[in-house]
Design a protein around this ligand. Sequence first.
Ligand SMILES: Cc1cc2nc3c(=O)[nH]c(=O)nc-3n(C[C@H](O)[C@H](O)[C@H](O)COP(=O)(O)OP(=O)(O)OC[C@H]3O[C@@H](n4cnc5c(N)ncnc54)[C@H](O)[C@@H]3O)c2cc1C
Length: 478
Amino acid sequence: MLNQDLSLMTARKYDVLVIGGGNAALCAALTAREAGASVLLLESSPREWRGGNSQHTRNLRCMHEAPQDVLTDAYPEEEYWQDLKKVTGGITNETLARLVIRDSSHCRDWMRRHGVHFQPSLSGTLQLSRTNAFFLGGGKALLNAYYRSAGQLGVQIRYEAPVDRLELRDRRFVAAYIGSERIEARACVVASGGFESNREWLREAWGQIDGQWIADNFLIRGTRFNMGVLLKFLIDAGADTIADPTQCHSVAIDARAPLYDGGICTRVDCVSLGIVVNKHAARFYDEGEDFWPKRYAIWGGLVARQPGQVAYSVIDAKAIGRFMPPVFPGEKAKSLPELALRLGLDERAFVSTLANYNSACRAGTFDHAVLDDCHTEDLTPPKTHWARPIDTPPFYAYALKPGITFTYLGVKVNEQAAVHFSGKASSNLFAAGEIMAGNVLGKGYTAGVGMAIGTAFGRIAGAQAAAAILEDAQRAAA
Ligand SMILES: Cc1cc2nc3c(=O)[nH]c(=O)nc-3n(C[C@H](O)[C@H](O)[C@H](O)COP(=O)(O)OP(=O)(O)OC[C@H]3O[C@@H](n4cnc5c(N)ncnc54)[C@H](O)[C@@H]3O)c2cc1C
């Protein structure tokens, strides 16, 4: 049931303008509408591509004190916080992070009311049954449910509506522009994602090695519509920023993935079951450092720092069946020299790297579900868990490239999701989702936190935008 229709209390124009069409935008639009505000949502993509990166998602990281429908055991606030603190290296705002964590413990009831269904976690390398609730039908189904609910509640939605600038006055939102069209609203939620689709900006952020633009070898796992236009606008307009432009979620993905929208099926999830070498056939990082859900998001950056931004994930027959295979089959060979040949790597260097690794493996009790005692000795870099000799044919390998998921550079917000200018909060301009995720994720990642941030801050921003209008209306009436 909607509260009193706030728009009736004031002259007719939209109360809340929501810019973006992904999870954070829909959460904001639905919440503002539930609070009685009239809402217009502007999505830059055509209808068939709506939903930004959110359409590619699968799950939400949830705090819970006891087993729930699709979640096993318990995942208390403190453990969630410690996980976040560890992956970000402490570069996070604890107040905002805890706010996200607490919201994740009860947001699913609200999500269900808007048509989202959950399913138990999928089996595979990601040990997520305790921590992450999966969306039945994935992010696409979640967004379809939200769009359906938004339509039923009377949220106005426009597709192919890329906002290119805002009109701001004294830290307050006045209007948004699509070309020469001016759209006024009493409050605004910017939920237009990061700048991961903007290859020029990625180039600028990552720079060059040996005359080669590093970002030219990046693939973009999600939407092509997150060009960072409004992020750039807000930065230029004096909004306070958070995180640095090279910090991002990036994953090692199959080098054959398309430039955009390859999504989840191009991710290569067997890294912790084998070894990874660069184009000189040398290992460069501990593949078994921690559970894959806590480490997969650093591998894009690791590969980005290798020559040619390419690497190769190598496994043997023992790994098959223990991870979700990517959509394209890997290179397969009966012997290690043959595999080197197929990958175009120097055969001697490759075989020697494998021999050194194999002889450094110390036998233990292999268990991929725990941080087991299978490790290497006297090897640099070490492999600290799940180290087993790669000796059982057939051998497999996947060429990897950095797949950028989303960037962390964003605008600084407070607990009300208000955008800050020179340390002062705007009273009617709010931000949610990737465009402010850097407040919680200064670096690193743990699976399912992106949607947790967007859901929490989308709902906060929507509620605050509606509340700002009510305050204005009351002030005008006084
Ligand atoms: C392949 C993949 C898998 C992922 N899996 C998960 C997962 O399982 N769990 C998880 O928590 N996170 C996951 N993520 C991360 C997650 O997608 C993001 O954290 C989250 O979707 C961000 O939501 P958002 O609404 O801020 O951005 P988005 O969903 O990207 O939405 C941004 C929207 O803004 C629109 N837009 C951009 N610029 C403008 C403009 N100028 N005017 C109007 N509209 C504009 C875009 O078209 C888009 O609709 C995944 C990401 C990818 C790419």
